[in-house]
Structure formats: C-alpha cells, structure tokens
Design a protein around this ligand. Structure first.
Ligand code: SF4
Ligand code: SF4
Ligand code: FES
Length: 257
C-alpha cells in the first residue's frame, strides 16, 4: 500500500462549544487513526488536544468516537476505511468535553469509588487463600478491563440521559460488582453487605435492559452483558424471589414494626 491523502474531520472546541474542522492528512502503510491525529498535530494543528499514553491498546486513554462509533484511536487501523471515505473523529459523547478530543471522565472515578471493595475472609491470611481454577477464570475475564470507558460512553442509559448518571453506575462498574459477587472468598455478607441488593438499589442494575451495546465496543472483548450483567441480574432476581429470604425479611419487618 502506498501513501495517500485522507480526508479527516476532527472536532475542535471546549465546554462552551465547537465544530468539526476539515483536514487533509497523509496516511502511510500500517498506520492507525492515532498516527494521523499525531501527524495533524505535528503539521497543521499544533494545539489539538488528544489524550494517549501507550499506543498499544493497553492504557485506555485514547478513547474517542470514529465515524460515530466509540473506539480506541490507537487500535483502529486506517486500512478499515475506504481511501475516499471521510474519517470523522469526535470526543466521547457521554462525558463533558475538556478540549478537542479530551473529555472529563471523572464520572467513572466517582462510580468506581461507590463500589465497596473486596472484603477479605476473616479466618484466612493472605497466602492462605485457595480458589478453584474455574472461579479464577471467571473473574480473570473481567480483570482484562483497561478502563477505556468506551462501554460507559456507548450505554444508552447515560449516553443521552444526563439525568440517569446519578443512579446508574454503568456497565464497567456493574461488571465490577458482578466480579466481587462471584468471588468465592468475598466475605461481604459477613459484614452485612449484600452486593446483589446494592447492585439494584445503589448501582442501578435495573436500568440495564441487556442491549449488549457495551459488549460490542469493548476493545478487550469482554462479554460484559452475557458474563457479568445477565448473571448478576439472575442472582439478584433469585434473591428477591427466594422464599426463605422473603420469609426472613417479612419476619424482620414484623419484629421491627
Ligand atoms: S447491556 Fe446494559 S449496560 Fe450494556 S449497553 Fe445495554 S443497557 Fe447499557
Ligand atoms: S469493560 Fe471493556 S469497554 Fe468497558 S472500560 Fe473495560 S475495557 Fe473498556
Ligand atoms: S494510547 Fe493507550 S489504549 Fe490507546
């Protein structure tokens, strides 16, 4: 493949507003969208703001929307586009813009802090933990997450509904709740923490209607919906309709009433 000139449209602006700028930029064999953005910075738009670190799909910094689809700029090859196609790069839509392609993702850090961490078993010391390979394998998939927040950006519950952000943690953090709830050594229930109830009551699990859009954009190919969200919903529902739990709650209500 020889070099060619591509037509790029890149969003320029800040929290007060902005617009798409048109650029013609050289593309060489093997390049990704982030290379083109860097060339744009080097040759035509030195003040273009873009966040990146690893250029290897591992730091989760270069998230943006390319032709309307949430993607990592460093993992999107130019060869997937037709040479005549205009490539439009915009910041993630679900988060406030800081400048150009850089968004303020602090919503996600706030949601991360709301998930209570792993509760170590009281009778075991670190080094004495033993888990079946099957249980390790289950959470291993979720721990591939690079926190790019593309799933958070794409989820329709918050993408166009700022008002839902307070009540909804988003797929990345519901997946974290699911991971901890599946963890065979998590002793949350022993300290009075019911992760299934908090998933519903505090993290907004009920808002998720399993559209799987989050799974489709995950660069780590984590099966967020099938392996985390649906199982968490099933366990939360089992808990709600478990006759023994229902009886226990009713007795407690009567005693306190
Ligand atoms: S499956 Fe649930 S969390 Fe994922 S995008 Fe759809 S509504 Fe959002
Ligand atoms: S689950 Fe996937 S899409 Fe979501 S933040 Fe993690 S790596 Fe990104
Ligand atoms: S620059 Fe690190 S994931 Fe793209």
């Amino acid at each position: 493949m020889s070099s060619y000139d591509a037509h790029f449209r890149v969003w320029r602006g800040d929290a007060a507003g902005g617009s798409l700028g048109d650029f013609t930029v050289e593309v060489n064999e093997g390049e990704v969208v982030l290379d083109i953005i860097h060339r744009l910075q080097a040759t035509q738009a030195p003040d273009l703001a873009v966040r990146w670190n690893c250029k290897a799909g591992k730091c989760g910094s270069c998230s943006a929307e390319i032709n309307g689809r949430p993607r990592l700029m460093c993992m999107t090859r130019m060869s997937v586009f037709d040479r005549a196609e205009t490539v439009t790069v915009t910041p993630m839509r679900a988060f406030p813009v800081v400048r150009d392609l850089v968004t303020d993702v602090s919503f996600n850090y706030a949601k991360a802090r709301e998930v209570p961490s792993f509760v170590p078993p009281a009778d075991l010391k670190p080094g004495e933990y033993r888990m079946r390979q099957e249980d390790v394998g289950r959470s291993q998939e979720f721990r591939k997450c690079i926190e790019c927040f593309l799933c958070q950006d794409t989820c329709h519950v918050v993408r166009d509904h700022e008002e839902n952000k307070e009540a909804f943690a988003g797929p990345r953090f519901l997946m974290r709740v699911a991971e901890l709830d599946m963890h065979p050594l998590d002793a949350a229930s022993e300290v009075g923490l019911d992760r299934k109830s908090t998933a519903q009551d505090d993290h907004g699990l009920g808002y998720c209607n399993i559209t799987k859009c989050c799974t489709e954009v995950c660069p780590e190919n984590i099966r967020i919906t099938d392996n985390a969200l649906i199982p968490l919903k099933e366990r939360a529902a089992d808990r709600k309709y478990d006759p023994l739990i229902w009886l226990g709650k009713t007795i407690r209500r009567r005693r306190s009433g």
